[in-house]
Design a protein around this ligand. Structure first.
Ligand SMILES: Cc1ncc(COP(=O)(O)O)c(C=O)c1O
Length: 370
């Protein structure tokens, strides 16, 4: 039997995140409550809802407000899933067959690398470069992709670096894919949380064979709803939907009802600007914390997403450092080892400012002895 590749980062976070005083491992925005989102009459309606199965493709009212966020798409281009994690999973399951060549831009959330290995892909990797502010060298990508390549997978805005591709970069990647007839999978769960508010375009605007995954967990600040989706051409959606019939049937009707409210044009912008505002303020706080530790860290500030990816100059392995901070200071951060990048740490900066500040004080305390 071939070895099953485990999803180390997800397990690391989920084991410890509820045990610590300060969880700085999250990459999303501090969640909102139902009261923040729904008024009394909406809550009342909610209380009398009957809990049926939902539509398997997604509630048509929800598909409608989701497709509105993507130019030139209609409902048949959307498939609703349980979180973007399921979106990524069913996409990979439907498309990656043993022996298929898959090109992965690293680092990323690391779900697709694990799935690609488990589905028997031949993997080629290309690294985002710190000296390019965590962008790809597109000449390198051009040399890597061949007519054998079935799928190129990117994460944009990127987890963990928070870098954001320009339109020209996406267009160039689409050209490379098109000339080799490869699919492009773009994980866009951080789209909409750009710190300067200038929303990144979706890859779906650039390429007819793009498959976009997204969801409400990060920019939209509702991870507990477990709402995600895929956007792709109709034929691909049909194929992936056939796989989803085997995985989860449909998403929760309660979550979908709330999601309709979040994605409606009247509230979508408000939820997103709450995220961008919070992240911008928190980034300043984080930057001054770094400034107080001059010489210890290297940092390219994120342009989107609730995370800050820093290199450190301390003589300790990143996993060891994360466990030291967890056990001695009860604060959780993600070690670079989870991305195969020892010497780096990912700090979540999407929590409330007082919480972030207190968590960072604990980190300061913990690294004193180093
Ligand atoms: C890039 C990326 N994609 C997908 C996910 C999964 O998110 P969810 O299933 O909560 O939507 C995460 C979670 O951290 C992520 O960072």
């Amino acid at each position: 039997m071939t070895m099953f590749v485990r999803f180390e980062m997800e397990r690391f976070q989920s084991i410890y995140e509820n045990e610590v005083d300060f969880n700085l491992s999250d990459s999303g925005n501090h969640p909102m409550s139902i009261k923040d989102l729904l008024d009394e009459s909406e809550i009342e309606k909610f209380l009398s809802m009957e809990i049926h199965y939902g539509y398997t493709q997604g509630d048509p009212r929800l598909l409608e407000v989701i497709k509105d966020w993507y130019p030139k798409t209609n409902e048949s281009n959307i498939l609703l899933t349980n979180g973007s994690a399921e979106a990524n999973f069913v996409m990979a399951w439907a498309l990656i067959k043993p022996g298929d060549e898959v090109v992965l831009a690293l680092p990323n959330y690391m779900q697709i690398p694990g799935l690609a290995k488990n589905f028997g892909a031949e993997i080629k990797t290309i690294n985002l470069r710190e000296e390019l502010d965590w962008h790809l060298d597109l000449d390198e990508l051009k040399n890597l992709v061949t007519p054998k390549t079935k799928l190129i997978s990117i994460c944009n805005p990127n987890n963990p670096t928070g870098s954001v591709m320009t339109d020209d970069e996406m267009s160039a990647i689409a050209d490379i894919a098109r000339s080799n007839d490869a699919y492009v999978h773009s994980d866009e769960v951080y789209r909409g949380s750009e710190l300067e508010g200038n929303e990144t375009k979706s890859f779906i605007e650039f390429y007819e064979k793009a498959i976009v995954s997204c969801g409400l967990s990060k920019s939209f600040a509702h991870p507990g709803l477990r709402i995600g989706w895929l956007v792709a051409n109709e034929e691909l959606i049909e194929e992936i939907w056939a796989h989803k019939d085997y995985s989860s049937i449909c998403a929760s009707v309660l979550s979908q009802e709330i999601a309709i409210k979040i994605m409606a044009k009247s509230s979508r912008g408000k939820v997103l600007s709450r995220s961008s505002k919070m992240l911008k303020e928190n980034l300043q706080l984080f930057q001054s914390w770094l400034d107080n530790h001059a010489g210890l860290f290297t940092f390219v500030p994120p342009r989107a997403g609730g995370m800050a990816f820093v290199g450190y100059k301390m003589d300790i392995n990143s996993m060891e450092l994360a466990h030291k901070l967890r056990t001695e200071q009860s604060v959780l951060i993600v070690p670079g080892d989870c991305y195969g990048m020892d010497g780096y740490l990912r700090f979540g900066i999407g929590s409330e400012a007082t919480y972030l500040s207190a968590g960072l004080d604990r980190v300061s305390e913990g690294i004193k002895s180093l």
